[in-house]
Design a binder for this molecule. Sequence first.
Ligand code: SAM
Ligand code: SF4
Length: 332
Amino acid sequence: MPDNELVDSFNRKITYLRMSVTDRCDFRCVYCMAEDMEFLPRQNILTLEELFQIAQQFVALGVQKIRLTGGEPLVRNGIVKLCGQIATLPGLRELCMSTNGSQLTHMAKPLHDAGVSRLNISLDSLNSQLFKSLTRTGDLSRVIAGIDAALAADFRHTKLNCVVLKGRNDTEVVDLVRFAIDRQLDISFIEEMPLGVITEHQRNESYCSSDEVRARLSEVFTLIKSAESTQGPSSYWRIAEAPNIRIGFISPHSHNFCGSCNRVRVTVEGRLLLCLGNEHSSDLKQILRSYPADSERLDRAIRDAMRLKPYSHHFATNGDVQILRFMNMTGG
Ligand code: SAM
Ligand code: SF4
């Protein structure tokens, strides 16, 4: 492997890092968290300096895109400053963030000024009661104000993310696309993944495939398959009625996208996870804390971990939990 790139055993080049900056969140979405979540003790969580060191090392190894996620990244103190530091790393093309949008009314502009290039904002429902029941604590009007604040702050190519649950928000997908069209935003529909043990619903009963979502949309819109890719797991479609926006489908169950995987994740505890759907990992926090100024050791640990990257995830559609960590630990 050349000095400045990361390649795994299946010859996939790793150019995309997703970093979870906190496991905490002001929402408790029913597919993501249990109601009474226990969060990690502070000393187990990477400091802002450690998060920056990791980002810096990955960019030196050829990573071009970093997404900050969580938990809710905007509840982490010091997040704007961290964004400013990461955004200026030479070689980084894009610093993106996934957020629930609840803090964007006051944070969209500072994030944009700090150099964050793109936002993904979660939006599962336009019905305030259903939104509250899906997020447990969320306030829809605040999130919509946050989306509008992102537009006002001049964020481009903002994407809405919607996890579709059968019997809950699956009947809303047309309205959500109309909302996206009104604001000229892209939107992705996500199949629920079996991450973490939840009791609020049975995942096998709530499973709604991307094909089903597309069938609903096709009753109203003319869907056209697009060959576009954002180096991510989405497959994209356009609609003849609003050709400027893209509709993405993230289908870990029904369409395996592992063959072209270009990404790895770092959890808020500093575990380098080689695949969302497997437990293969390497402990970067231990290296950072045992050898604080030794960037060579960190470099070696990241390179060595590449051979642990499995070819594929193994999510089942029968609702069985194969991965015990919750999505907020991992960063979705
Ligand atoms: N809090 C931010 C947010 O909600 O966008 C960022 C973190 S959240 C874990 C990232 C994405 O993962 C969100 O779009 C969320 O809907 C999605 N997500 C969470 N749990 C999921 C699950 N079990 N299956 C599929 N997507 C999930
Ligand atoms: Fe929080 Fe995002 Fe998980 Fe919802 S999906 S509980 S907003 S981390």
